[in-house]
Ligand binder design. Structure first.
Ligand code: FPP
Ligand code: MG
Length: 308
């Protein structure tokens, strides 16, 4: 890994073909998810069709890519990390289905398609989310346990990231903040939980699947935390700068419902600087890998520069 790739947060690393890497990892993840999930013809077919509808609707597969890249940075094999990469994507997709429900953000468009409840109705959408969350644990249980990280550690990791102290807690705080004026630190609290926790968990699980050292796990945690925060700041920015067609979800929604976001609180320019600073901190966290975390670095750059 050339030093300049680490030092210059906003300069893409030319020696790493991220597009090819992401395409390859997304194809592998799609094949694995297809194999892990009950077929759409399995009874009751409605639920399996609904689960698959959202899971294969065209998500970017960033969390699985982070999980696989973290495993590789620790010298692990992609196959060992795959169940965990699929598990986090199931949890992510469940959260999007529920987030889009009329009782929450009430959205009609997600991943470029009508939302789950628009196609299957609210009852099935709730159940499809529930089933994907449960499916995640079933898939994760199929990973290999290691001397350093048992199945118990893996289940705890997933449960903690998705429970009431993290993902669900962040969503609660996000809903409660709607229409209110909140401080930057309250917004950070929401972002840490609703977005960063699952991204960080993805990276940590990748490391665990490779039986990483405690020092590597600390570095991955630091990296995942900062990339996760940058991801949500960029998400907030894209909501006001992109179109619905570009995003595959309703643009401008945050402003319409008076959601607390970085652009709303500190403005667009400052938000962009904050995202770049967070990405720089993520890069610095990778120092112990001494250039063996090329994919993670490239993904962090992509997160900062993404346009959807
Ligand atoms: C977009 O991810 C999603 C986020 C930035 C996370 C937002 C957080 C929630 C919706 C929390 C919801 C929680 C509950 C419990 C309902 P992405 O751009 O990677 O989406 P993609 O996978 O479609 O590409
Ligand atoms: Mg929401």
């Amino acid at each position: 890994m050339p030093a300049r790739c680490r030092a210059e947060a906003v300069t893409p690393c030319k020696s790493f073909d991220l597009a090819a890497y992401l395409e390859k990892s997304a194809s592998a993840v799609n094949r694995a998810l297809d194999a892990f999930l009950p077929k759409a013809t399995v009874k009751p077919v409605t639920i399996h069709r609904a689960m698959r509808y959202s899971l294969f609707a065209g998500g970017k597969r960033m969390r699985p890519a982070l999980c696989l890249a973290a495993a590789e940075a620790c010298g692990g094999r992609r196959a060992e990390a795959m169940p965990l990469a699929c598990a986090v994507e199931c949890i992510h997709t469940y959260s999007l289905i529920h987030d889009d429900l009329p009782a929450m953000d009430n959205d009609d468009l997600r991943r470029g398609k009508p939302t789950n409840h628009k196609v299957f109705g609210e009852g099935i959408a709730v159940l499809a989310g529930d089933a994907l969350l449960t499916q995640a644990f079933e898939i994760a249980a199929q990973c290999r346990g290691w001397p350093c990280y048992s199945h118990r550690d893996i289940v705890l990791e997933l449960a903690r990231a998705s429970g009431s102290l993290q993902l669900v807690g962040g969503q609660v705080a996000d809903l409660e903040a709607e229409g209110k004026s909140i401080s930057k630190s309250q917004l950070r609290y929401i972002h840490e939980r609703k977005t960063s926790a699952l991204l960080c968990c993805s990276v940590r699980l990748g490391g665990m699947s490779a039986n990483c050292t405690p020092r590597q796990l600390v570095a991955l945690t630091d990296f995942g935390y900062h990339v996760g925060l940058a991801f949500q700041v960029i998400d907030d920015i894209l909501d006001v700068t992109q179109t619905s067609q570009q995003l595959g979800k309703t643009a401008g929604k945050d402003t319409a419902v008076q959601k607390a976001t970085y652009p709303a609180i500190v403005g667009l320019d400052r938000s962009r600087r904050i995202a770049a600073e967070l990405t720089q901190l993520a890069f610095e966290a990778l120092a112990p890998f001494r250039g063996r975390a090329q994919a993670l670095e490239a993904i962090a750059q992509y997160v900062l520069r993404r346009d959807r």
